[in-house]
Design a protein around this ligand. Structure first.
Ligand SMILES: Cc1cc2nc3c(=O)[nH]c(=O)nc-3n(C[C@H](O)[C@H](O)[C@H](O)COP(=O)(O)OP(=O)(O)OC[C@H]3O[C@@H](n4cnc5c(N)ncnc54)[C@H](O)[C@@H]3O)c2cc1C
Length: 397
């Protein structure tokens, strides 16, 4: 057991931290208020190799280990959840899914430009009538010769107006329920595709989230990901990677809450002393620190399991559930510590609180993860290795 970061990982953390401090922090309050960030950020993220950090070099990535992806997510979310969400869907939900399930041709065509940051990937699973209950989806893809004709709608899709490629899920045989869902790679430029942003979001306002519409969208058969009927399994395995990035980001959000709160504890005085000297304020700081340290351990343990090529659905679910709950509580306490000033946009903590809520909802709500953990402990659920696993790290040449 080794709790040390490698020199390469430490350098990566320093690089992302500097990037966040210089390129995100000075602008984020405005981007959050305006509802979008400068698109030039994408190129800067790509130039630093952050769009494919744990993708093998032969597929255009940086070839680093899975915990390096966690470091990137942790540091980006210290800046704002919108940037970590972008990496979660681009790398965690899309590129890593292509890496795990794609054919060599699909990897060369879609993964390589995504890992280099030349193209952006996203993930469309949720529908208006199907969130936690994935199998309630309505989207349907009918095979016609060398094409599938896809009709349906997705909602709450991160990067809906920005991504070039989407992994989407639709029924190809409704009678088979979960086993009748199939995954497809869809390009924005395919006729029949359109998207529309959702306005008036509570948090992650600098990020783009919205709907996808498929109107007789013709998908070539070679864009089917995996076999017909493997879609549900592929979606759940994608979530093992997405949830890992969400959990890592939550660690970064807690560290941002600590940073802001510790500073304010020293600056603000009541009853003749800095507020940090009041025991009840100190208690909130102590709980933040406990959440931070515990979440970190859970996250980096999952990264190690991924490095070893071991299935980690159970550990990932626990890390995601706990880290996001801790981050939500830490952000709530950070606002509390700032008193009325925390309730304004003069300090970043109100943004942290708004941003901390979606991660408790997406990629499995708090309730879904609670049920999963109970099922594991009570012996109602057990995972076997999948027929295609994420490659171990170090990657084969
Ligand atoms: C900002 C944001 C970005 C998102 N990005 C994406 C994306 O990129 N791609 C994508 O596919 N989706 C995305 N989502 C959608 C997200 O994954 C879903 O919102 C989530 O899965 C929950 O589904 P739902 O909102 O339909 O809630 P529902 O499933 O309708 O749940 C409503 C409530 O009922 C509870 N509940 C449901 N079933 C049970 C049960 N069996 N037992 C106990 N309680 C239950 C839930 O926990 C929740 O509290 C995003 C959402 C947000 C907010």
């Amino acid at each position: 057991m080794n709790f040390d970061f490698t020199e390469e990982q430490q350098l990566l953390r320093k690089t992302v931290r500097q990037f966040v401090d210089s390129e995100i922090m000075p602008h984020i309050a405005r981007w959050d208020a305006e509802g979008g960030f400068d698109p030039a950020i994408w190129k800067k993220l790509a130039d630093l190799g952050l769009m494919g950090v744990c993708i093998p070099e032969k597929y255009g990535g940086a070839g680093m280990d899975y915990n390096s992806l966690a470091i990137v997510c942790e540091e980006l979310e210290r800046g704002d959840t919108a940037f970590r969400t972008a990496v979660s869907v681009h790398t965690g939900l899309n590129s890593m899914t292509l890496m795990q399930w794609g054919t060599e041709e699909q990897k060369l065509k879609y993964l390589v430009p995504q890992a280099k940051g030349e193209k952006i990937g996203a993930f469309g699973l949720t529908e208006p009538g199907a969130g936690s209950d994935v199998a309630a989806m309505d989207s349907f893809a009918k095979r016609e010769g060398d094409y599938y004709i896809l009709n349906g709608q997705k909602t709450w899709i991160s990067l809906c107006d920005i991504a070039d490629h989407f992994i989407v899920f639709a029924y190809t045989d409704k009678s088979k329920k979960h086993h009748g869902i199939t995954a497809f790679i869809v390009e924005r430029t395919m006729p029949g595709f359109s998207s529309k942003a959702i306005k008036g979001k509570y948090g992650i306002r600098a990020g783009n989230t919205g709907e996808l519409f498929f109107d007789d969208l013709r998908i070539p058969v070679e864009n089917r990901l995996g076999e017909e009927g493997e879609g549900f399994k592929i979606a759940m395995s994608a979530l093992d990677n997405g949830r890992f990035t969400v959990a890592a980001g939550a660690v970064g959000l807690i560290s941002a809450c600590l940073e802001a709160s510790v500073k304010y504890c020293v600056e603000r005085k009541t009853f003749g002393k800095p507020i940090g000297e009041h025991q009840l304020v100190g208690q909130m700081i102590a709980k933040m620190e406990a959440g931070y340290q515990m979440s970190r351990l859970l996250v980096y343990r999952v990264g190690e399991l991924k490095n070893k090529g071991v299935r980690n659905t159970r550990e990932t679910s626990l890390a995601k559930w706990q880290a996001c709950d801790f981050a939500n509580k830490a952000a709530d306490d950070a606002v509390q510590i700032h008193g009325a000033y925390g309730y304004s946009d003069e300090y970043p903590v109100a943004r942290y609180l708004r941003n901390s809520k979606a991660p408790v909802i997406y990629e499995g709500t708090r309730e879904i993860h609670t049920i999963m953990q109970a099922d594991y402990v009570l012996g109602r659920r057990e995972d076997k290795p999948l027929n295609k696993m994420l490659p171990k790290w170090p990657f084969a040449e």
